[in-house]
Design a protein around this ligand. Structure first.
Ligand code: C5P
Length: 259
């Protein structure tokens, strides 16, 4: 059986981690069509480099939306949250690999065999997508976990899943901002991606485990995923620039604290 206390070294070289605010902000393109998503990207006026394509957009627009964003010079996080038997997941990773997304999600709760199959399939590409294991969705709190029979706290469950995924070749994680610092100390070199980002005063919506951009960076997140606070803003470019400004300020403060 897997010893979760000792499972702390993935069979991977630690991946590079971004430094510049613009390289750390990923805008979630949760739109019902490729046309609307691309029109929104145009409204951002070059403010953002990274975009996340999730289930809604991928199912509506297909793989070509990833290729179009890549052709326009953007980096793509393909957030399809794969969860199935190992053979099916290996095939799914091989199917989307050629699209050129740089980040791709699988659910950690799919277990060691599924994660290993995903990692092996990704490694078959010359320029593989980096796999991220989704730990506990940021829309889930303790009562939602309890409802599916899991009596651990979200923090305990995130750590357990991340250690298990790390031991099975996955060095990147999607977690809530409040779990980032525990993962940062437990898993050396891990890449941490945090949704649930809400600038002060933004609507929370269905998210439960949230933090401001500055707090998520201070906790050790490498990439912040921001959807509605930017996509639903009256002036999305202005909202994106405000998030980037908060991130830059936080990075300066964090560096000052470390030095
Ligand atoms: O609009 P909002 O900022 O809440 O968008 C967050 C994005 O991050 C959504 O696209 C959602 O699917 C995604 N996500 C999440 N929680 C996770 C993994 C991904 O909210 N654990």
């Amino acid at each position: 059986m897997l010893d979760l206390q000792r499972a702390t070294s993935p069979p991977l070289v630690a991946p590079p981690q971004p430094e510049v605010a613009r390289d750390k902000l990923i805008v979630a393109l949760d739109f019902p069509s490729g046309r609307e998503a691309l029109a929104f990207v145009d409204r951002l006026d070059g403010a953002c480099r990274w975009f996340k394509v999730g289930l809604e957009l991928f199912l509506a627009a297909g793989g070509s939306i990833v290729q179009t964003l890549r052709a326009r010079g953007h980096s793509v996080f393909l957030d399809l949250k794969f969860h199935d038997i190992p053979n099916t997941i290996a095939g799914a990773v091989r199917s989307v690999g050629p699209l050129g997304a740089e980040l791709l999600t699988v659910h950690a709760s799919g277990g060691p065999a599924m994660l290993e199959a995903a990692a092996e399939a990704a490694a078959s590409f010359a320029d593989p997508p980096r796999l991220l294991a989704v730990t506990v969705l940021t829309s889930m709190d303790q009562s939602q976990l309890a409802a599916i029979g899991n009596l651990r706290t979200p923090a305990e469950e995130v750590l357990l899943l991340a250690r298990m995924a790390f031991a099975n070749g996955i060095a990147g994680f999607v977690c809530g901002p409040e779990e980032a610092s525990a993962l940062r100390s437990a898993l050396h070199g891990a890449v941490l991606v945090t949704p649930g980002i809400r600038p002060d005063g933004a609507e929370i919506g269905d998210q439960k485990r949230i933090a401001t951009p500055a707090a998520a960076l201070a906790a050790g997140a490498n990439y912040l995923v921001v959807g509605r606070p930017i996509t639903q803003a009256p002036d999305p470019a202005k909202a994106a620039r405000a998030v980037l400004a908060e991130m830059k300020l936080a990075q300066r403060k964090n560096t000052a604290t470390v030095v």
